[in-house]
Design a protein around this ligand. Structure first.
Ligand code: SF4
Length: 163
């Protein structure tokens, strides 16, 4: 995988390519929703070791069960499940490239939802394709056009796009 990629960037791109373009340039704002997300991470799974950071990864937490390593991605809701899944696939692929076998779980504590995610051949091809798309989009000199969507109202870049 391209070393410029991160799991967070993959997630942002799949939610909104314009947001990924800003984030790639380290233009970041915190709004109430982002702070709520951080609080949720702190309050959920209290006994786990959380926020494991690496070169391109930022795992919410990891847990070993019956000899299998599971890495978790904790989200506020199921609204952007595909983006969360591909973020997790990115991490699983990144770990595999370094000789670490793991499975993933997406957890939405507020909805008591947990989904198991495994790195299949199909997902590996998909993350390769998405990774190429992400780099192509974020390396452009101008951001992708803003597309008015429901999520824009809650987005921390709202004023950059719409004011
Ligand atoms: S306000 Fe909308 S278009 Fe702009 S970055 Fe956020 S989600 Fe994307």
């Amino acid at each position: 995988m391209d070393e410029r990629l991160t799991g967070g960037l993959v997630h942002e791109y799949l939610v909104c390519p314009r947001a990924a373009w800003y984030s790639y340039r380290h233009i970041r704002f915190e709004n109430e929703l982002l702070l709520l997300g951080k609080m949720l991470h702190e309050k959920s799974y209290k006994r786990e070791v959380k926020n494991i950071f690496g070169e391109s990864i930022s795992l919410d937490f990891a847990r070993r069960e019956d000899g299998t390593l599971y890495i978790y991605e904790v989200k506020k809701s199921r609204a952007m499940l595909y983006a969360a899944k591909m973020q997790l696939i990115f991490y699983l692929r990144w770990l595999k490239e370094r000789g670490v076998e793991a499975h993933g779980r997406i957890a939405v504590p507020t909805e008591k939802y947990v989904e198991e995610v495994r790195l299949t051949e199909k997902y590996e091809e998909e993350i390769e394709r998405i990774g190429r798309e992400v780099i192509e989009a974020v390396e452009k000199s101008k951001p992708p056009k803003a597309k008015g969507r429901k999520i824009c109202k809650k987005c921390s870049y709202h004023d950059f796009c719409w004011v």
